[in-house]
Design a protein around this ligand. Structure first.
Ligand code: KG4
Ligand code: ZN
Length: 348
């Protein structure tokens, strides 16, 4: 731990949440302000990039002001600005990056660009002040499904990834197909509680030659085929049973592959992160499986699973104390890979 406290203003705008937070020493959240655009995008059945960018521009100053005032600080108290610069929607990312660069330049505050997924993983540091690497983390969000070995702060090895759809994407697509609308994850989670997870035996996707990787497109097709079959026979289908059976298949695959990797790599702590990590059935299943295997299971509370800036403030802290900085040439990188750095360098 450094002697002096490090207070970070974090900014996140990679998708449809305009968010700012003030985080002290990577673990203590002084404020976590989120303006969610979900209601706006619900009208279109999904995130419309152009609308997201415009809304970010409209809201970002308000969100930052609110975050600073709720934390009881001014820019004079801020030691660094951390901003998500990828991956995500390029227009949406650019709003946060431009804003962070402008504040950094005007107020003379160091800037550090942060990887969105590394932020998701770091949400676990906030929730569990004693959590230290190494640990294995499943990141399951709208755009990503990765199994990541966190070897040290800011040091990652990707153990598995999805070959096609992300887990959250599958939730959203299936929800739309069964008439639940957007965003699908929370709706499937809720209605599944009234359904039978064993009603329909949907496939558990496997990837030939890769024991840990995920594949969800076959499952999505199986759900669509099932629905078409019902329509052709003129039969009604049960939304709750389809949702519960689909969810059971996703959770089964995520739990089986994750636990397999945790055991093979001899890791003692397992974490989850990303929007799908707020799924109640997924949390219960991991709780049970980890208990059986004697593995410690940690997870962020739901508000830190979906997009927020506090997680960026935590990841940014560990980058900042290692000496990483960004300049006014920091750009949005829509397809930034985990562990990759562009415009983030070690300061002398
Ligand atoms: O991490 P996130 O907020 O944004 C991305 O970085 O993608 O994740 C959003 C995704 C969406 O696909 C949403 O449907 C899913 O997370 N999600 C859930 C739940 N809450 C959000 N999926 C399953 N169960 C939930 N309770
Ligand atoms: Zn996210």
């Amino acid at each position: 731990m450094m002697e002096k406290d490090v207070t970070i203003l974090a900014i996140e705008s990679s998708c449809d949440e305009t968010a700012a937070a003030v985080v002290r020493n990577g673990r203590e959240v002084l404020s976590n302000t989120i303006y969610s655009q979900i209601d706006l995008h619900t009208l279109y059945g999904g995130v419309v990039p152009e609308i997201a960018s415009r809304k970010h521009i409209e809201k970002i100053n308000q969100v930052i002001k609110k975050s600073l005032s709720e934390a009881g600080v001014t820019l004079k108290d801020i030691d660094a600005i951390a901003v998500t610069y990828g991956p995500g929607l390029v227009g949406a990312l650019l709003v946060g990056v431009a804003e962070a660069k402008a504040i950094s330049f005007a107020a003379g505050i160091p800037l550090v660009g942060v990887h969105h997924i590394e932020g998701h993983i770091s949400a676990n540091y906030i929730e569990h002040p004693d959590l230290k690497p190494p640990f294995m983390c499943l990141v399951a969000s709208g755009g990503h499904s990765h199994l990541v070995l966190v070897k040290d702060y800011g040091e990652y090895e990707i153990i598995a990834r999805t070959r096609d759809d992300a887990a959250g994407e599958a939730f959203d697509k299936v929800a739309r197909a069964i008439g639940l609308g957007y965003p699908g994850g929370p709706k499937i989670d809720k209605i599944s509680k009234e359904g039978n997870p064993d009603a329909i035996p949907f496939p558990r996707g496997k990837v030939e030659g890769s024991e840990y990787d995920f594949s969800f497109s076959g499952l999505k097709s199986a759900v669509l085929n099932y629905l078409n079959g019902c329509r052709m026979k003129g039969e009604e289908f049960s939304q709750a049973d389809v949702a519960a059976s689909f969810q059971a298949a996703v959770v089964d695959v995520l739990v089986t592959h994750s636990l397999h990797a945790v055991k093979e790599y001899g890791i003692k702590t397992f974490a989850i992160a990303g929007g799908v990590a707020s799924n109640s059935h997924l949390r219960e299943a991991f709780e049970k499986a980890c208990k059986e295997e004697g593995i410690e299971f940690v997870h962020p509370s739901p508000v830190l699973c979906t997009d927020n800036a506090a997680m960026i403030g935590s990841a940014g802290y560990y980058e900042f104390i290692k000496g990483y900085r960004s300049g006014t040439d920091l750009n949005a990188v829509p397809n930034l890979q985990i562990g990759e750095k562009q415009g983030v360098f070690l300061a002398k």
